[in-house]
Design a protein around this ligand. Structure first.
Ligand code: DAH
Length: 337
């Protein structure tokens, strides 16, 4: 019997060597120490042995059993570890893969500049208004002190529909629509698309403007308020620039001014972009004309208004010299923003 047990020991050694999976390991366990296992059978056979023989065989069986158990534990640990690392490998997520995705966009350059402009005025407690892109003659011209046949209408090349409808040529009609529907005090900006029959380096048939309008009881709003906010705004947008107000003409404001900043390209020394004047014109503004208030039935009020072109701001901020490149959807251009 001792010889048989030794044979079994060698057999077990060999079996462990060949085991590759936890299923095989479990089978082996059942075969050896299960209810009908080989080693179990030898333990049962003990009771038929002579007492002096019995002790020796029992000892041998116990050693073998302990040996089996430690081999079993070792093998189980190795197999479990291998199984876990295989699983980890299979479920591996390569977080660096995100690097290979398309670049994230911060938005179109015009939208970025518009956001920055709007941010400023939101912080200054302005609210945002909008109006229709297809306007009527009254809101786009008439109510803004531009009666029919007024020569100033030629300043804006208009796309007309039938029945005196048109594509709005500026955001100023939102001034009228706001006053028609709101009571004092009014403190709004109106960003939006506008349309003109124009197409060259600095003009496109569709572009963006931001209109501003502040109205309150007579005497509460003056040109000084306008001057303060526009200077502060332009430094917020363009950084450390000088700002000057130059007398000008718009039908809907009196007095009117155009606002210049010191040239961002040459710091005011004079260059090709500023036509060697050192100044760049960036917006129009003024004190709201009494005829505009008349058109909306307002009395005893005062206010200021301003209007700017977003594309012009974007060109100056990003040093783009052909406005049309904003609209050509060429990724080589857009990716630079
Ligand atoms: N609407 C003018 C334009 O499109 C811009 C403008 C100038 C708006 C002066 C204003 C203003 O509100 O006061 O050229």
């Amino acid at each position: 019997m001792l010889v048989e047990i030794e044979k079994l020991e060698q057999e077990i050694q060999q079996d462990f060597h060949n085991i590759k999976t936890t299923e095989q390991l479990e089978n082996l366990r059942v075969q050896i120490v299960g209810k009908k296992g080989k080693l179990t059978a030898y333990f049962s056979a003990l009771r038929d042995l002579e007492p002096e023989n019995k002790k020796q065989v029992a000892q041998k069986l116990n050693v073998l059993k302990n040996h089996f158990e430690s081999l079993y534990e070792d093998k189980k640990q190795t197999l479990d570890a291998a199984k876990l690392s295989a699983q980890l490998e299979q479920e591996y997520i390569d977080v660096s893969l995100f690097n290979t995705l398309k670049p994230q966009s911060l938005g179109h350059p015009i939208a970025q500049v518009l956001d920055k402009i709007v941010d400023y005025f939101i912080n200054m407690n302005f609210s945002i208004q909008s109006g229709p892109l297809i306007e009527d003659d009254f809101h786009n011209f008439e109510a803004l002190n531009l009666p029919k046949f007024h020569p100033a209408r030629d300043m804006q090349d208009t796309f007309y529909f039938k029945d005196s409808l048109l594509l709005r040529t500026h955001t100023s009609p939102v001034q009228i629509r706001t006053m028609e529907t709101h009571s004092l005090p009014i403190r709004v900006i109106a960003p939006g698309n506008v349309f003109r029959r124009d197409y060259d380096l600095t003009h496109s048939p569709m572009f963006h403007q931001v209109e501003g309008l502040v109205v309150d009881e007579m005497g509460k709003i003056s040109f000084a308020n306008l001057k303060f906010i526009l200077e502060d705004f332009l430094r917020y947008i363009f950084g450390d620039v000088r700002v000057r107000f130059r007398a000008s003409f718009f039908p809907f404001t009196e007095p009117s001014a155009e606002v210049d900043i010191s040239c961002v390209f040459c710091k005011g020394n004079g260059c090709r972009v500023c036509s060697h004047t050192g100044w760049l014109e960036v917006l129009g503004c003024g004190v709201v004309h009494s005829n505009v208030f008349k058109a909306v039935g307002y009395e005893n009020v005062s206010g200021y208004a301003f209007g700017l072109g977003v594309e012009r701001f974007a060109m100056l901020l990003h040093r783009v010299n052909d406005l049309r490149s904003f609209f050509e959807t060429d990724l080589r251009v857009l990716e630079q923003f």
